[in-house]
Design a binder for this molecule. Sequence first.
Ligand SMILES: [Zn+2]
Length: 137
Amino acid sequence: MRKTCHCGETMTMKLRTVIYSGKVEIDNVPIFSCTTCSRSEVIPEVKPDLTGLIAQLGAEPDKGTFLFNECNEWADLLVEAKANKQQPELHEVEALIEQRVNMLLDLHLLAQSLDDEAWIADINKRLQQISRRKLHT
Ligand SMILES: [Zn+2]
């Protein structure tokens, strides 16, 4: 997965630790970064959840560490993709998305058959996160 930087070079996808308020470490945040001009940006697909997490932490958070991939389906998928390959191609990530969506839909059916509303809500949230798939090429 790549994106063209403002400077014209190619930005590559990385998983980075974001430190919030100097106290809270948020690990495995997917970003695009440019080695030429050092610019980096959080990938747009995960931005709403990252800002949501930061809003939850509030202005004076307790010291702690979060694994972003545990609260965001996209980050989780990219952690998996990068475990296979340092710089996964778009089509490889898309294949993983399709697998993940199928798995979530199976889980959804199971959760429905068990009438487990909390679980259904959790799966719905994960499906929503992953359907933000305006991928850059
Ligand atoms: Zn650049």
